[in-house]
Design a protein around this ligand. Structure first.
Ligand SMILES: O=C(O)CCC(=O)C(=O)O
Ligand SMILES: [Fe+2]
Length: 312
């Protein structure tokens, strides 16, 4: 486990913690504290079974084994969605990003493009995993928003997951690589609300602490790594920390990961709620439309883009 990664256990043999109970309020405050101090945490939960996780990796393997020409057929206009092949810019990973993969129509249209003869096992697994991860995301968003006493926290959280990107990633170091650690995905903050990540138990994810140290994050079996993204940082008036992270591999040559990124729709606005502005916390970000922020990011690729674009 990453040296001091905050860790929460929400498993209750399928019963969950009752929303609004004292235990729930207590947990909300701890989740918020971790999100403000570190910008990430590990979460154990009941939502996704181990069988489903295993099946997801079987399916990911089959997907990446398809011929390059087939994978290249997947093209989307949005940032981070099309098939991203290994290239001089990203030599160590390839990946796909699928919008709203929990919906039949999206899961099936992606599957039918990759397997024109059909592959119901793939689309079922993809749909089921993304829908369960979306539930986990909703739970975390509600907990964070409830912790700030936002009166309409459930509908605010709902808005933050009004759409989503499901990412499938394969990292590979070429044969004959030295034993040195190689950064296989460069350091970044995520541009959406929160990120929910899982990997095939091959160490790779690293978080940058506020004191400037990179630490390894070992995602527990049966759990997820949760990372705060730029949009939630802006929404929270800068109280939540959008943690910088990257992927680095040593020795192990093959790593698979998948992630669900709940986000607002591109035409929606991010606006700091009044409850989060006071004398100690003057307004730090102006309201903005998500699409405008994305366009700014695409044009500048500035890691400090949120401050430049929306900072007051
Ligand atoms: O593969 C991982 O563990 C992290 C992926 C990631 O940071 C991203 O896709 O934004
Ligand atoms: Fe990321």
């Amino acid at each position: 486990m990453g040296s001091d990664a905050p860790y929460f256990d929400l498993r209750r043999d399928g019963f969950g913690i009752k929303e609004g109970s004292e235990e729930w309020r207590d947990m909300c405050l701890k989740v918020r504290e971790a999100s403000e101090t570190h910008g990430y945490f590990l979460l154990m939960c009941d939502e996704v079974s181990n069988d489903l996780r295993e099946e997801m990796f079987n399916q990911i393997n089959t997907l990446f084994d398809l011929p390059l020409q087939t994978k290249m057929k997947y093209k989307k206009p949005k940032l981070f969605r099309s098939y991203n092949r290994r290239s001089p810019i990203t030599p160590f990973y390839e990946g796909f990003g699928i919008d709203d993969a929990h919906l039949d129509v999206e899961a099936e249209s992606f599957t039918n493009l990759m397997w024109p003869e059909g592959n119901p096992k793939f689309s079922e697994t993809l749909k089921s995993m993304s829908s369960k991860m979306l539930d986990v995301g909703y739970l975390v968003l509600k907990m964070i928003m409830a912790s700030y006493d936002i009166p309409n926290y459930a509908s605010e959280a709902e808005k933050m997951k009004s759409t989503s990107d499901f990412k499938l990633l394969k990292y590979i170091l070429p044969d004959g690589s030295s034993d040195e650690t190689k950064v296989t995905m460069i350091s970044h903050t995520d541009k959406g609300c929160i990120s929910i990540l899982y990997d095939n138990d091959v160490q790779g994810l690293q978080m940058l602490t506020k004191s400037g140290e990179w630490i390894d994050i070992k995602i527990p079996k049966g759990g997820f790594a949760i990372i705060i993204g730029d949009l939630l940082k802006a929404w929270s008036n800068g109280r939540l920390h959008a943690a910088t992270h990257r992927v680095a591999l040593t020795k192990a040559k093959l790593r698979y990961s998948f992630g669900l990124f709940p986000i607002i729709k591109e035409d929606m606005e991010i606006k700091v709620p009044n409850e989060l502005v006071d004398d100690q916390h003057p307004l730090r970000y102006r309201p903005f439309i998500y699409r405008d922020y994305l366009n700014h990011y695409i044009a500048t690729r500035n890691p400090e883009g949120l401050e430049v674009f929306a900072g007051i």
